[in-house]
Design a protein around this ligand. Structure first.
Ligand code: AMP
Length: 425
């Protein structure tokens, strides 16, 4: 019996893959416009990398990592997100030695042992960008404005930026204590996970989706109230940059993001046209201490990551198609062995002339072959019988108008080329 795909993974079939290709091509163009360069890192990393970066109390590390020991007893993990590996590669390859900041982007599969449901998978894809080497608030503003521009250029409607600052190692302890004090008063009302978070990571209570926790979070102390002078000033500058280019945002003190490594800026882009709790299209923020945790060197960073499946789902819901369905422009339908041999040669000529073409490879009847040509959505079908061959001609059928003409075999390729002059494929 056939072994089926692992739970939470997907096959992307022809017809669907074109949407992925269309999206990836557009993303590459936009990253280029904003002067980002692609980096490709391994899907496997040492488990320790994620323990040190994503944070031991994060959902990812606590319960979602695909970790295993390889044959050499190394502890490895399939990457659950892209930032840690990008920072590791940046440090390991000493990319900090050139001029800064460096602007990188990535796209590829990520793995989390999550409960699969619509829009949530165990192998999913993300693309994202990271800017290394500058603490300046203009970087935060550029990344946020870029993400908004990117999604609106893809055609998404009703986009909104949600913005918060989550403080730094200087001011966060005071804020955490304030959250602890506040939530402790309502401990019995918190969900069991948040009762635990009260000790391990009270910040995470703020983004709990449980009704009681969410209600209590509304009136919780805000990080801005506890921000140190540096963080307050950084946030003020960030808002000034965003204001000057007219980028609107909603201040959301509950936005803390699930990963421990954020400092100062945290943001999300949501589509209000999507009515579900999964309306966040991308999330990101600043992580000034991550490089130190990973490689012992201070290197500020700022970036975002977006889930590709969820983005494609949102695009589809909003009726936006990015993919161009590739199809042969010419289909050759030969009848009889000699005609098939000639068709084989013609096919080669068409392809060498860069014209997407195909022929029947199953010796089907003419009727069946015409059906195939229709299904391929070809512009032309060349019908070639043994009698035509003797006359040195073929029948050229224009599929749109259903008109047919006899064409000399010697001029067939040129006739087709001329007919397709204005078609881009
Ligand atoms: P995160 O890295 O958790 O901040 O997630 C960033 C984006 O990745 C989210 O907004 C989702 O679009 C996407 N994402 C995260 N987890 C999954 C998953 N299990 N399946 C599909 N997409 C996901």
């Amino acid at each position: 019996m056939l072994t089926l795909k692992p739970r939470g993974t997907n096959d992307f079939l022809p017809g669907e893959v074109e949407e992925w290709q269309g999206l990836e091509a557009r993303l590459q163009k936009l990253f280029h416009i904003y002067n980002y360069h692609e980096i490709r890192t391994p899907i496997l990393e040492h488990t320790e990398l994620f323990l040190r970066s994503v944070g031991e109390t994060s959902d990812i590390v606590e319960k979602e990592m695909y970790s295993f020991e390889d044959k050499g007893f190394r502890h490895l993990t399939l990457r659950p997100e892209g930032t840690a590996g990008t920072v590791r590669a940046f440090m390991e390859n000493k990319l900090f030695s050139g001029s800064l900041p460096k602007k990188l982007y990535y796209m590829g599969p990520m793995f989390r042992y999550d409960q699969p449901q619509a829009g949530r998978y165990r192998q999913f894809h993300q693309f994202g960008c990271e800017v290394f080497g500058s603490e300046d608030a203009s970087v935060d503003a550029e990344v946020i404005a870029f993400s908004l521009d990117l999604f609106s250029r893809l055609g998404l409607k009703e986009l909104q930026v949600r913005l918060n600052t989550v403080g730094c190692p200087k001011c966060r302890p005071g804020y955490l204590q304030a959250l602890k004090d506040y939530f402790s008063e309502y401990k019995a009302e918190l969900c069991l996970t948040c009762q635990r978070r009260l000790e391990s990571n009270p910040l995470r209570i703020l983004d709990c989706k449980e009704e009681a926790c969410a209600r209590l979070s509304e009136d919780a102390p805000t990080s801005l109230e506890y921000a140190c002078d540096d963080c307050t000033e950084h946030f003020r500058q960030l808002r000034a940059y965003l204001d000057t280019i007219g980028t609107e945002y909603l201040l959301d003190h509950r936005l803390v993001r699930g990963l421990d490594y954020y400092t100062q800026t945290a943001f999300e882009v949501v589509s209000l046209a999507v009515g579900s709790s999964q309306n966040a299209i991308c999330g990101g923020g600043r992580y000034n201490k991550l490089a130190y945790e990973i490689g012992g060197r201070d290197l500020p960073g700022m970036g975002f990551a977006a889930g590709t499946e969820r983005l494609l789902l949102t695009l589809k819901e909003q009726g936006i198609e990015l993919g161009k369905k590739a199809h042969p422009e010419v289909f050759i339908a030969p009848l009889g062995f000699n005609a098939r041999v000639k068709a084989f040669a013609l096919l080669e000529e068409l392809r060498k002339a860069d014209i997407p073409a195909d022929m029947d490879l199953m010796a089907k009847s003419l009727k069946a072959q015409m059906k195939t040509a229709d299904r391929f959505n070809a512009s032309y079908t060349v019908i070639l019988g043994d009698d035509d061959l003797e006359k040195g001609t073929a029948v050229l059928r224009h599929m749109d108008s259903a008109q047919q003409e006899d064409v000399l075999l010697d001029t067939l390729i040129d006739t087709i080329k001329k007919g397709l002059e204005h078609v881009s494929y």
